[in-house]
Design a protein. Structure first.
Length: 51
């Protein structure tokens, strides 16, 4: 698998939030927005539900 660096700059994010492991988070993503999920500690999958 080849990794590709994102051209998006973290400092331009409209919203940034660190979610502790095991904690829920709810946010509305509007049409045309991009959602980026990162595992900052590199040892756990990110469970997501979109509808």
């Amino acid at each position: 698998m080849t990794l590709i660096a994102s051209n998006r700059r973290p400092e331009d994010a409209v919203y940034r939030h660190v979610i502790p492991a095991g904690e829920p988070w709810l946010f509305e993503v509007q049409k045309g927005q991009t959602l980026r999920l990162l595992d900052l500690e590199g040892n756990q999958a990110i469970d997501t539900l979109f509808y």
